[in-house]
Ligand binder design. Structure first.
Ligand SMILES: NC(=O)C1=CN([C@@H]2O[C@H](COP(=O)(O)OP(=O)(O)OC[C@H]3O[C@@H](n4cnc5c(N)ncnc54)[C@H](O)[C@@H]3O)[C@@H](O)[C@H]2O)C=CC1
Ligand SMILES: CC/C=C\C[C@H](O)[C@H](O)/C=C/C=C/C=C\C=C\C(=O)C/C=C\CCC(=O)O
Length: 253
């Protein structure tokens, strides 16, 4: 199912994106790792090429909010691997002070990444079909009092992804779109503390209630999303209580 495929993953220098890349590499995929952090990206690419074989990964330094750079990353992936079969729009930040930046990275760039992925994957545009995984969050389903802009961006990812997923031309051209919604996971992003003491308290309470998941749990959900090929437009959550598909299929005309 994965051998010989090629994936492009944004925000792949560290955290969830790096682990998504490792999972796909273990399964025989080639990976184009995209990230704004050049130093971490180069070290990740070096590590992966040592472990999984020279040429299995390329790195592309790119700010996903820069349309030209993101377009170039897709072109590099296609030129290197000849096709793009999986795209994971994963890069994200928590930044309520600079909420426009938060929306630019978490939502606008996901929209742009989805449009580019459709262009490269649609069979009527010369692609082979494929899967787009857009990384939302539990914050895309639940309200988050201490991070409203972040929650809005993640709700937006779900609405945007599901809308394209059910488009008849997208389905007939072999592209499947799905959303992954993890709860708190052990990466750097959970160190992005809110600014006010009320919000810090709300965040700490939320962390205490939900705990912090190990990376492996989210990777289990990621693989499930990719392997369940009949899950068009699905929203899969993963938290300490388990992995579950949301019955959003009901919210469809
Ligand atoms: N860790 C968690 O608790 C959860 C994370 N998520 C989502 O998972 C995704 C990945 O986050 P984590 O790995 O946890 O965080 P992280 O902070 O460890 O990694 C984020 C990566 O995105 C990159 N990035 C940030 N801005 C970028 C930009 N403008 N252009 C290109 N790359 C950029 C960073 O350099 C970094 O490598 C995000 O979308 C986040 O919202 C969702 C639910 C839970
Ligand atoms: C300032 C925030 C810092 C980091 C945010 C993280 O990146 C992450 O994306 C935020 C997650 C927020 C989650 C909010 C609510 C989660 C709710 C649940 O998991 C629901 C729990 C139980 C219900 C039973 C179930 O449906 O599983």
């Amino acid at each position: 199912m994965f051998t010989g495929k090629a994936a492009l993953i944004t925000g792949a220098a560290q955290g969830l994106g790096k682990s998504f890349a490792a999972v796909l590499l273990q399964k025989g995929c080639k990976v184009c790792a995209v990230d704004i952090n050049e130093e971490k990206l180069q070290s990740t690419v070096k590590e992966f090429n040592t472990v999984y074989g020279e040429g299995s990964v390329i790195g592309n330094k790119c700010d996903v909010t820069n349309a030209r750079e993101l377009k170039e990353s897709f072109k590099q992936a296609k030129d290197t691997f000849r096709h793009i079969d999986i795209v994971v729009n994963n890069a994200g930040v928590v930044d309520e002070q600079n909420w426009e930046k938060c929306l630019d990275i978490n939502l606008t760039a996901v929209i742009r990444g989805t449009l580019l992925a459709l262009d490269y994957m649609r069979k009527d545009r010369g692609g082979n079909g494929g899967t787009i995984v857009n990384v939302s969050s539990m914050a895309g389903i639940y309200p988050v009092e201490f991070a409203p802009a972040y929650a809005a961006s993640k709700h937006g990812v779900i609405g945007y992804t599901r809308s394209w997923a059910f488009h008849p031309e997208v389905q007939s051209n072999g592209v499947r779109l799905v959303c992954l919604c993890p709860a708190y996971t052990d990466t750097d992003i959970i160190k992005s503390l809110p600014k006010s003491s009320v919000d810090i308290e709300l965040y700490q309470k939320s962390l205490q209630t939900l705990g912090v998941m190990k990376m492996e749990r989210v990777m289990e959900a990621f693989v499930k999303l990719l392997e369940d090929t009949d899950n068009i437009g699905s929203v899969l959550s993963v938290n300490k209580f388990g992995i579950k598909y949301w019955k959003m299929q009901d919210a469809k005309l």
